[in-house]
Ligand binder design. Structure first.
Ligand SMILES: CC(C)(COP(=O)(O)OP(=O)(O)OC[C@H]1O[C@@H](n2cnc3c(N)ncnc32)[C@H](O)[C@@H]1OP(=O)(O)O)[C@@H](O)C(=O)NCCC(=O)NCCS
Length: 173
């Protein structure tokens, strides 16, 4: 039975292995050099400190992950975060993306984050489907905003509330 748990630095190699083909073979991410396992471990540690990183594990093996980072560095943005989610290719459309996002939303809301934002390189039927299914509001599309693998790519943005709480917002924890 697949389960979701909080990631640790030990998940660096598995998360790097899932992410690498999306870096090398697609424009889903605009990163062009795959991070090493050690790079990924460092990212997990940093993200766990401030936001949240969850993994999907099946029979002891990590088969997907999702995390949130700061949306933008300027102070007034600090209650908003940017999401990423990756499932290993053979496991897609089996509920993993939804389960990871739901677990992530819970953790982010607990830490006091108010809004989640996601950028999706178009076309990406699965990611558009996931964000629509999970109640994201469509914001708009940057045209020809990234050059990768010999082509310009559009990126569509989505946002979703994480918690409805009284204002002013308390500092995130
Ligand atoms: C996008 C991604 C994370 C979705 O995760 P997933 O585990 O495949 O999706 P789920 O099975 O949880 O699907 C949840 C809902 O999303 C929608 N969805 C998922 N895949 C879809 C597809 N191929 N076409 C249309 N809708 C889709 C559906 O509404 C689905 O609910 P349903 O199966 O009950 O109809 C996954 O496909 C993936 O890793 N893709 C490659 C990396 C990527 O694009 N990441 C996002 C970057 S923005």
């Amino acid at each position: 039975m697949p389960k979701i748990r909080d990631a640790s630095e030990l998940d660096g190699p598995a998360c790097a292995a899932i992410y690498t083909p999306y870096v090398t073979d697609t424009a889903i991410t605009f990163e062009t050099e795959p991070p090493t396992a050690a790079d990924m471990a460092a990212r997990i540690a940093e993200v766990q400190d401030t936001h949240a990183w969850v993994v999907l594990e099946d029979e002891g093996r990590v088969v997907g992950y999702a995390y949130a980072t700061q949306m933008k560095p300027r102070a007034a943005y600090r209650w908003s975060c940017a999401l990423s989610v990756y499932i290993e290719p053979g496991r897609r459309r089996t509920g993993g993306g939804r389960a990871l996002y739901e677990a992530l939303f819970e953790r982010l809301a607990e830490r006091g984050f108010r809004t989640a934002v996601a950028g999706v390189t178009l076309p990406n039927e699965a990611s558009v489907g996931l964000h629509t299914a999970l109640g994201f509001e469509t914001i708009g599309t940057y045209r020809k905003i990234g050059w990768k693998l010999g082509a310009w790519h559009d990126v569509h943005y989505w946002q979703r509330p994480l918690a409805v709480l009284p204002d002013p917002p308390e500092e995130t924890s």
